[in-house]
Design a protein around this ligand. Structure first.
Ligand SMILES: CN(C)c1nnc([C@H](N)S(N)(=O)=O)s1
Ligand SMILES: [Zn+2]
Length: 262
């Protein structure tokens, strides 16, 4: 299993679903991004994203979302540039979504919610030897977030949607290969960035968040398949629909959100 989720698999537990606050947390996520308070930083570089579809290995339902995992034993799928000083290795991506199209995203833009949000999770392979080591460091992780909005069918997403029935229950895993998540990125290069945290336990303050300005379109029916997943495993009596798997927003505190665009 890709390191990035194996160890933490056993740390995730339902109590996070309460508005768990991290005592003394000063850079928690998610947040509302206000355009008027974000600052254009002309020194921000373009993001450099290079993903190798051959590193894609499997999809699993961890009882909170579904994760598409990547072989992160080499620097074949990487993120660098933007606000980052180092190279980061892709280890998994997942989504957050709502019970309806009115809610779902973790971040918001001037209070605007989106029906879902994609997170591509990377760890700093220039400085650390594994995800587990990096997740404890202030510069350990970089997560690229992309908002999803309802519109035309997303052809690249369909291969993923077709695989979801096989991981309907918590802890189910299926092989999933030859998928390039670059197809899920908007063409617009603009982004916001701020220093934050994981939005699920261990909630560590180790994430450089990079939020793409433009959403990508998916169809209503494609998103409906996300909602057919279950929080619960096959042997549990009550089957709970996997929806609203987003964290409550956190105070900005003493942070500035920078934009790559004016
Ligand atoms: C173990 N990994 C990679 C993660 N643990 N929590 C994650 C959160 N879902 S998020 N939203 O990426 O901070 S990602
Ligand atoms: Zn996430």
């Amino acid at each position: 299993l890709a390191g990035c989720s194996y160890k933490l698999r056993h740390q995730l537990h339902p109590v996070w679903q309460s508005p768990l606050s991290v005592p003394g947390g000063r850079r928690q996520s998610p947040i509302n991004i206000t355009l008027r308070d974000s600052l254009h930083d002309p020194h921000l570089k373009p993001l450099k994203i290079r993903y190798d579809p051959n590193t894609c290995t499997q999809i699993w339902n961890n009882g909170y979302s579904f994760l598409v995992e990547f072989d992160d034993s080499t620097d074949k799928s990487t993120l660098s540039g933007g606000p980052l000083l180092n190279q980061y290795r892709l280890c998994q991506f997942h989504f957050h979504w709502g019970e309806s199209n009115a809610v779902g995203s973790e971040h918001t833009i001037d209070g605007t919610l989106f029906p879902a949000e994609l997170h591509l999770v990377h760890w700093n392979s220039s400085k650390y030897k594994s995800f587990e080591e990096a997740v404890m460091e202030g510069d350990g992780l970089a997560v690229v977030a992309v908002f999803l909005k309802i519109g035309k069918r997303h052809e690249g997403l369909q291969k993923l949607v077709d695989a979801l029935p096989a991981v309907r229950h918590k802890d189910s895993v299926v092989e999933f290969t030859s998928f390039n998540p670059s197809c899920l990125l908007p063409t617009c290069l603009d982004y916001w960035t701020y220093s934050g945290s994981l939005t699920t336990p261990p909630l560590t303050e180790s994430v450089a968040w990079i939020i793409k300005k433009r959403p990508v379109e998916v169809s209503h029916d494609q998103l409906a398949v996300f909602r057919s997943l279950l929080f619960t495993s096959a042997d549990e009596e009550e089957q709970k629909s996997m929806v609203n798997n987003f964290r409550l927003q956190q105070p900005l505190m003493n942070r500035t959100v920078r934009s790559s665009f004016s």
